[in-house]
Design a protein around this ligand. Structure first.
Ligand SMILES: Nc1ncnc2c1ncn2[C@@H]1O[C@H](COP(=O)(O)OP(=O)(O)OP(=O)(O)O)[C@@H](O)[C@H]1O
Ligand SMILES: [Mg+2]
Length: 297
């Protein structure tokens, strides 16, 4: 019996519901600091409030901070899971709003440097997660590194976040280009964060959609936009997710709209989980390496 079958059997023996396959969505960007972590948290919360069973994974091993945004008391994190010190259930932390979070670890070696046993442990944990939850949201680190791109490609669905700044737009476009070239069938949702007004966001959404269609032959989906809202940094300083601290502020309303656009209100048979694991395995076995240098703009 292979490792995956053993895990599936273990899950069933634990009395968990029969195997299902989670929808897996990575939240990424080209430029850093555009709001990925805040959006990952608030989108996960919105999905949970719509009845989805959600696990949020902080994939940023270098500068993990989802636990800070949610003010979680974290005893163990991804690094302890990888070294085999603890099991998946020990690492998953219940978070406000009914979420479960797999916290990342600040200052740990890059995913690209994972050893074979560490990779096996991570794949085993992901296997367990995709069969026991409904939606997995991955908050990725910034930049077009091979590690981030692999996570995005494995997910099958990616939310690319930009702000109205020309540098952020150029970097988002570059990220979409890398992802689209590696997998033209990848579902890419575009979100404009920190927009000054709706018209500005709509213009950027339209421009990037037109450019990717014309020059990449890629259909980017409209995720939506989040207005620039002082409540967001205010909530961060209070170590509260803005959508829980200020559920009716403009940023929270915008995130609700994005969650609906992404279909979080509907129960759906994910189907993405199995391919997520298949793709992760092929990346890590070296048979399908992604070359993610900064592309020409
Ligand atoms: N809609 C918004 N309005 C105002 N400020 C925002 C908004 N979204 C995010 N911010 C602010 O932007 C900053 C960066 O946000 P966040 O940490 O979520 O970005 P990130 O893309 O995850 O960064 P990194 O690339 O370092 O992981 C935070 O200080 C946050 O308060
Ligand atoms: Mg972040």
């Amino acid at each position: 019996m292979d490792q995956a079958s053993k895990l599936r059997q273990m899950v069933r023996q634990d009395g968990a519901p029969p195997a299902r396959r989670a929808r897996v969505i990575a939240v990424t960007s080209g430029k850093g600091g555009v709001g990925k972590s805040n959006l990952s948290v608030s989108l996960s919360l919105a999905a949970a409030s719509m009845g989805r069973d959600v696990v949020l994974i902080d994939c940023d091993l270098g500068l993990a901070n989802v636990d800070v945004l949610l003010d979680l008391q974290v005893r163990h994190n991804l690094s302890h899971l990888l070294t085999g010190e603890v099991s998946l259930n020990d690492v998953l932390v219940p978070a406000p709003g009914g979420l479960r979070v797999l916290p990342g670890a600040a200052g740990v070696s890059q995913m690209a440097d994972l050893t074979d046993p560490e990779q096996r442990v991570l794949l085993g944990a992901l296997e367990q997660l995709v069969t026991t939850t409904e939606l997995i949201v991955l908050d990725t680190g910034a930049g077009i590194s091979r590690r981030v791109v692999e996570f995005c490609l494995a997910s099958g669905e990616v939310v690319v976040v930009t702000t109205p700044e020309p540098t952020a737009i150029a970097d988002a476009y570059a990220m979409i280009k890398v992802l689209g070239q590696a997998d033209p069938g990848l579902k890419v949702w575009l979100v404009v964060n920190m927009a000054n007004h709706r018209g500005e966001a709509e213009q950027i959404l339209e421009r990037i959609t037109l450019l990717t269609r014309r020059f990449m032959g890629l259909e980017v989906e409209r995720g939506g936009y989040v207005l620039s809202d002082p409540r967001v940094p205010h909530a961060v300083r209070r170590r509260l997710p803005f959508s829980l601290a200020y559920p009716s502020c403009s940023a929270s309303v915008c995130v609700g709209e994005i969650a609906r656009n992404l279909g979080f209100a509907r129960t759906r048979d994910g189907g993405g989980g199995e391919s997520f694991l298949r793709r992760m395995r092929s990346f890590w076995s070296g048979s399908d390496r992604v070359h993610a240098g900064t592309p020409p703009r």
